[in-house]
Write a protein that binds this ligand. Structure first.
Ligand SMILES: NC(=O)c1ccc[n+]([C@@H]2O[C@H](COP(=O)([O-])OP(=O)(O)OC[C@H]3O[C@@H](n4cnc5c(N)ncnc54)[C@H](O)[C@@H]3O)[C@@H](O)[C@H]2O)c1
Ligand SMILES: [Zn+2]
Length: 329
């Protein structure tokens, strides 16, 4: 299989390239970081790149929560205009297979259960609650404490920030492309991806990277809120393997199929900080009660569809993966 990997010089894309190559496929990198002319927003560059490929694995994007609303236009440009230009080029060239780097951010707060009202969807947390250290979302109906559950792919979309909005729009664009061309589109909704080559020292990096950079400077990882926010940390090599599985499977022509892509083993951000600090030999994390508006409290996936339909299984356990990550660069 000949696959164009957009964002192939980035963190996840570079692992996809390695995984494809290791399995005997040909991967072509299309990434503005590797070549200033390889911009997914450039129709002529895209037309040249998609010619003769069997599939496109679309990882290129501007990632992270960003530093402020001023970033909005750049997110929309890179992520949504870029995806539209890419899909138009694929439609024109007759390329019918797409795997998209989706994200769990499309779910917002995710799934919660109230002891009285059943499954509920709490809205964004109020600043006053966050300031007062009330981090857990409450039942929107009765105000009771809620228990977080596993989010399935059919959970309603509820993007809470500009980045999340652009990741959701990418899926809608891919679904429209699939309907219009009869192509097969897969969105792998990654959870918190970590591992070798994770971006660092930028405001767009992920939390595991912030903690590792602090430890490398001899500083304690600073854990926001009370450290009990739950996430699913999935290793980048497992994510790369999921991409290969999706590229080979090509489900449901004419539609977009979404798969949660997580380890299936939720951990708290505090646990992650401790695992990294232990592996690094300290200093121990400090819990700061700081918060970022737009962060969700808990988000953990039910990734069983990916396992059942594509035969994917994560290989890297939490303890092992965090040990490797703490010691790496
Ligand atoms: N890292 C995570 O935890 C995570 C979670 C969910 C989803 N994702 C998604 O995974 C994908 C890859 O993210 P990553 O973590 O590897 O980030 P990354 O920043 O390392 O990789 C993104 C790559 O895209 C390239 N790129 C950006 N704009 C481009 C453009 N206009 N044209 C061509 N290339 C462009 C960048 O140069 C970069 O190399 C993104 O789509 C992101 O939204 C990542
Ligand atoms: Zn209730």
């Amino acid at each position: 299989m000949r696959v164009l990997v957009t964002g192939g010089a980035g963190f996840i894309g570079s692992h996809v390239v390695e995984a494809l190559t290791a399995r005997g496929h040909e991967a072509i990198v299309f990434d503005v970081r590797a070549d200033p002319a390889a911009d997914v927003r450039d129709p002529a560059a895209v037309a040249r790149a998609v010619a003769g490929v069997d599939a496109v694995c679309h990882q290129a994007a501007m990632v992270g929560l960003g530093v402020g609303f001023a970033d909005a236009a750049e997110y929309v440009s890179r992520n949504d205009l870029g995806t539209a230009v890419l899909l138009a080029g694929m439609a024109e060239a007759g390329v019918r297979h797409l795997v998209l780097a989706g994200s769990m951010v499309v779910y917002g707060e995710g799934r919660y259960a109230c002891p009285r009202d059943g499954v509920v969807r709490p809205g964004p947390r109020a600043v006053a609650d966050l300031e007062a250290g009330r981090f857990e979302p409450r039942c929107p109906v009765c105000g009771a404490a809620l228990s977080p559950g596993l989010v399935g792919e059919d959970a309603p979309a509820d993007p809470r920030n500009v980045y999340a909005t652009t990741k959701l729009a990418q899926e809608h664009l891919a679904a429209a492309w699939a309907r219009s061309t009869g192509g097969s589109a897969v969105s792998l909704r990654y959870h918190n991806v970590y591992g070798p080559r994770m971006p660092r020292d930028t405001p767009y990096a992920g939390v595991a990277s912030f903690f590792r950079s602090a430890l490398a400077r001899g500083e304690a990882p600073r854990v926001f809120e009370d450290g009990r926010q739950r996430r699913d940390f999935v290793h980048v090599r497992d994510v790369a393997a999921a991409n290969v599985a999706a590229l080979l499977a090509r489900p449901a022509p004419g539609a977009l199929t979404a798969y949660n892509t997580g380890s299936g083993e939720p951990h708290t951000v505090g646990e992650m900080a401790r695992a990294l600090a232990d592996a690094h030999g300290g200093p121990a994390p400090v819990v700061t009660a700081e918060y970022r508006l737009g962060d969700v409290r808990h988000i953990t996936a039910d990734s069983s569809r990916l396992r059942a339909e594509l035969g994917w299984k994560p290989q890297v356990g939490f303890a092992e993966g965090m040990r490797e990550f703490a010691g790496g660069h």
